[in-house]
Write a protein that binds this ligand. Structure first.
Ligand SMILES: Nc1nc2c(ncn2[C@@H]2O[C@H](COP(=O)(O)OP(=O)(O)OP(=O)(O)O)[C@@H](O)[C@H]2O)c(=O)[nH]1
Ligand SMILES: [Mg+2]
Length: 362
């Protein structure tokens, strides 16, 4: 049995999955692979299952409810740390953005570190075929994340990483909140809080070779929102699902017990009921408060985005039209000015006429 498990979350990657697995085994024949597929409509899950039938190194986790890059990652991590033989866990995308040729390097470096990140922004690494605007945005987002999450890492959004098993197992996976790609930043932030030894190795990142990206504007907003929550609310205050359920059940139980036992002794009943209600309310309110906070942050980020877009549009408008208007004026043609002038003059004439007619009438 291999001591390395490579996890690949997939959603509609039928063009990539088979060649990716083959390529991976070319560079690292001893690893095991776990595909986490969310019931892809294009049949990626079925293709992976076929490969798994023929090759014992490959296994597939089919998920039918709870779709999302984040929750797929968490389920894969849980599956990985269940296996006793696994010492190292590598996660990577299933779209060929992450070249399998780096796997041996990851496995070499992880011997001295807890986490190794494939980085585009350290010496020797780069984003090879993305346009300048996309690269600029990615660097901007990284800058924000470095400052906000206080991370000393150049590429905070890289999803090509290797973890030492004990490091991953020590993160409280049930308390992670990211359902979407913000899982990358959330896990990194948790690693930083645990003071893990983190190393970045240079990688050349390629655009996906085929298939469609799943990262739209809505997901991007959710990523920002979740990152804000990750740092703003400590995970202890969030409470795990089990804790919330426990609070709710305890509260309900105490209330019912109080009613049965102390229906004649008011003071006892009030105490019982107060404690019970507190537990019940906290059990109910934690998820509600979190949902409310998520929705409010969505709205704020969306409005800010809208204002920014309007601002950029108006600046672009001025940048284009001001030189054009100046040029027209220079050549003696000033249609806008003439038009304004004309309408102002006609207004003045009308105004003058009515004033004079009043005067005459008076
Ligand atoms: N299981 C699962 N995997 C997902 C889901 N969304 C995306 N993925 C996978 O996560 C990996 C990264 O997703 P991409 O769509 O490439 O997103 P990205 O890499 O952030 O963006 P691009 O590189 O621009 O396409 C890929 O292997 C996807 O197939 C999902 O909802 N469930
Ligand atoms: Mg990708």
């Amino acid at each position: 049995m291999s001591n390395t498990l490579i996890i690949i979350p997939t959603y509609n990657e039928k063009e990539n999955i088979e060649t990716l697995i083959a390529e991976m085994f070319r560079y690292a024949p001893d690893v095991n692979v776990l595909i986490v597929d969310d019931n892809s409509p294009d049949g990626t899950g079925a293709i992976a299952a076929e490969i798994a039938k023929k090759d014992r190194r490959v296994s597939v986790l089919h998920r039918s409810s709870n779709r999302g890059r984040g929750s797929a990652g968490i389920d894969a991590f849980k599956e990985a740390i269940k296996k006793d033989n696994v010492k190292y866990i590598i996660e990577m995308d299933g779209d060929f953005s992450h070249d399998p040729k780096y796997i041996p390097l990851f496995l070499e470096e992880i011997k001295d570190f807890d986490v190794v990140i494939g980085s585009r922004y350290v010496n020797g690494g780069r984003d090879c075929d993305r346009g300048p605007i996309r690269v600029f945005l990615s660097r901007l987002v990284n800058h924000f994340l470095r400052k906000y999450l206080r991370l000393n890492i150049r590429d905070c959004t890289s999803g090509y990483r290797c973890f030492r098993r004990d490091a991953l197992a020590s993160l409280d996976l049930d308390r992670l909140i990211s359902k979407e790609p913000s899982i990358i930043e959330e896990v990194l932030y948790k690693c930083k809080l645990k003071n893990f030894r983190i190393k970045e190795i240079p990688i050349i990142f390629k655009n996906r070779s085929s298939g469609k990206s799943k990262l739209g504007l809505c997901k991007l907003i959710k990523v920002f929102r979740d990152v804000i929550i990750v740092r703003a609310i400590p995970s202890k205050a969030r409470g795990s699902r089990e804790l919330r359920k426990f609070g709710f059940n305890l509260g309900l139980g105490l209330n019912i017990l109080g009613c049965i036992m102390f229906y004649r002794h008011k003071p006892h009943f009030i105490w019982f009921s107060a404690v019970g209600s507190l537990a019940l309310i906290s059990g109910l309110l934690f998820p509600m408060a979190l949902t409310l906070l998520k929705k409010s942050l969505d709205a704020i980020i969306f409005s800010l985005g809208w204002i920014m877009a309007k601002l950029i549009l108006s600046i672009a408008f001025y940048l284009i039209f001001t030189p054009a208007a100046l040029l027209l004026k220079l050549f003696g043609k000033d249609p806008l000015h003439q038009k304004i002038d004309k309408s102002a003059r006609s207004y003045w004439m009308r105004h003058k006429k009515s004033t004079f007619s009043y005067e005459r009438m008076g």
